[in-house]
Design a protein around this ligand. Structure first.
Ligand code: GLN
Length: 542
């Protein structure tokens, strides 16, 4: 029978619940237990697709085209899972389903209420993910902070699950901040105590508490957390600051958390195997060289907006035993002060990420031009590919005013244009070209060398694409489209064979990048940066 583990958070958000949930999953996986993970986001949006990455961080895209919370990215990276859109549950999604049922007449005669109708829908969705996944343990992370009005129906639903599934099949983990005061260096557990009280007021007694603290908690803090949390001291764990996020499962397991959780859920006495994980962590912690990347983007002020991309760069770095330092450069600033392009001088590579809308695009185009002209290794993702096509059209093919119709609908050379099936779509939610699609890679290209096969499946999220009317002129001038969609209509990869490494993709390799198994385009880029720096004539990919 499947077991359920629930993670709630207190004191404030961004306390690392996503990493903690992923780490608990990793500790279970290391003991041969099959896991799956659900993220609950109590906001009223149906999905994350329409949310501004500058406020909420990136939108994570699943294979099946779900536009989800970025925590799903952490689950996939830590646990090497391919999750589905159903693994992300929002208030909007749940209410929409219940209201649709009500309109259909499913509840005829009854008054439809938060309890039981909304809570039943939540439990039903958690259970159906559990069933479909075939997992032994399903971890459910409740987003936000305990006590938020929006989170209440979800907490009520998970509270009921203890009654329905039984004590041995449910486990509540609560994580909260334990700050250390600057002046006295004292660890303060009072905010955590309040959040546990709030959780109990809702009817949930945590089985284990994780203190999120800058340093390992001292004996006094542990004693207080246990006493006021009404749990034994050995059920208190601490997630302290570490050099790499990927160490978190290891430090928690060393404290006995893996064993504790397994025992409580009836999986005790299993051997653990962290071998591959430790090797990866080692490569991250003990780099032998370093590489500096300039990420020129629109949301440079919030690194969470590019979290899968920066992680994919780090995965690539670990494979080369290189420390990857990323500087986030505001594209708009480059646009306003083109003379500042010299800031790119100190970097081993230029990276242009995804993006939407006109703001900052000329700055990104300047950065691409700089990379191309100075032969600095370049990687462009999605918008990065589209802007590289624009730059090449203008500066190499002489198509003055070339642009994307997303930026300039009246451009004389619309080298990037809406996909035909996107015309006429006015609804913004979930209407892009989303999810994994087949990509056919041409032999003899850098793309083929990197991916090592003729066909790959990579994830997408875009409305615009290369306008085929300009394919010939681009090709004639030396641009190679090294991969296409299976019908040949969509350009999926581009490269400039006369450059050391100038590569871009319409798809997002970062969503499939994993520790120890970087997506090839990210690995290729980092390796090229290192090889160029080492004075090699050509990049040498393994
Ligand atoms: N804005 C572009 C499009 O919609 C690129 C999207 C992206 O970078 N994900 O096609």
């Amino acid at each position: 029978m499947v077991k359920y583990l629930f993670v709630t958070g207190g004191v404030l958000s961004s306390v690392g619940k996503g990493i903690l949930t992923s780490s608990i999953g990793k500790m279970l996986q290391a003991r041969g237990i099959k896991v799956n993970v659900i993220k609950i986001d109590p906001y009223v949006n149906v999905d994350a697709g329409t949310m501004n990455p500058y406020m909420h961080g990136e939108v994570y895209v699943t294979d099946d085209g779900g536009e989800t919370d970025l925590d799903l990215g952490w689950y996939e990276r830590f646990l090497d899972l391919d999750l589905k859109k159903d693994n992300n549950l929002t208030t909007g999604l749940v209410y929409r389903a219940v209201i649709e049922k009500e309109r259909r007449g499913d509840f005829l005669g009854r008054c439809v209420q938060i309890v039981p109708h909304i809570t039943n829908e939540i439990k039903h969705r958690i259970r159906s993910v559990a069933k479909g996944s075939g997992a032994d343990v399903v971890l459910t992370e409740v987003g936000g902070t305990v006590g938020d009005i929006e989170g209440l129906p979800f907490l009520e639903a998970i509270r009921q699950m203890r009654l329905e599934e039984g004590y041995d099949s449910t486990l509540y983990v609560h994580v909260a901040l334990v700050p250390v005061l600057d002046v006295t260096q004292e660890m303060k557990t009072k905010p955590l105590q309040h959040s546990v009280n709030e959780l109990r007021r809702i009817g949930i007694q945590p089985d284990t508490i994780v203190a999120r603290s800058p340093e390992m908690i001292d004996a006094e803090a542990r004693r207080k957390i246990a006493l006021f949390g009404t749990i034994p001291e050995d059920a208190v764990f601490c997630s302290y600051n570490v050099g790499s996020i990927y160490q978190v499962p290891l430090i928690l397991d060393d404290q006995g958390m893996g064993e504790f959780v397994c025992k409580r859920l009836g999986f005790s006495g299993r051997n653990r195997d962290f071998k591959g994980w430790r090797e990866f962590v080692d490569a991250v912690l003990k780099p032998e060289c370093d590489v500096r990347i300039a990420l020129v983007g629109k949301y440079a002020g919030l690194t969470d907006a590019y979290v899968s991309m920066s992680e994919a760069l780090r995965h690539g770095g670990a494979k080369c035993r290189a420390k990857v330092s990323i500087d986030y450069i505001e594209a708009e600033k480059l646009e306003q002060n083109p003379d500042c392009i010299g800031v790119l001088k100190g970097y081993d590579g230029v990276f242009v990420p995804y993006g939407f809308g006109p703001r900052g695009t000329e700055g990104k185009i300047l950065a691409i031009k700089y990379a191309r002209e100075n032969d600095v290794p370049f990687l462009g993702i999605c918008y990065g590919l589209q802007l590289a096509v624009i730059e090449f059209s203008r500066d190499v093919c002489g198509l003055k005013g070339a642009n994307s119709t997303e930026i300039d609908p009246g451009s004389p050379y619309p080298v990037i244009d809406l996909m035909p099936e996107q015309r006429g779509i006015e609804i913004k939610g979930a209407t892009m070209r989303l999810g994994a699609h087949k990509v056919v890679v041409e032999q003899g290209t850098i793309g083929h060398r990197l991916y090592g096969c003729d066909e790959i499946y990579e994830r997408h999220r875009h409305r615009f694409e290369v306008n085929l009317d300009f394919g010939d002129v681009l090709r004639k001038n030396g641009l190679v489209f090294s991969a296409k969609s299976s019908d040949g209509r969509r350009m999926e990869m581009l490269e400039l064979p006369d450059r050391f490494f100038f590569f871009a993709s319409q798809f997002h390799g970062e969503f499939k990048s994993r520790p120890g198994r970087p997506d090839p385009e990210y690995y290729g880029f980092i390796k090229a940066c290192l090889d160029k720096k080492a004075g090699k004539e050509k990049p040498e990919f393994s």
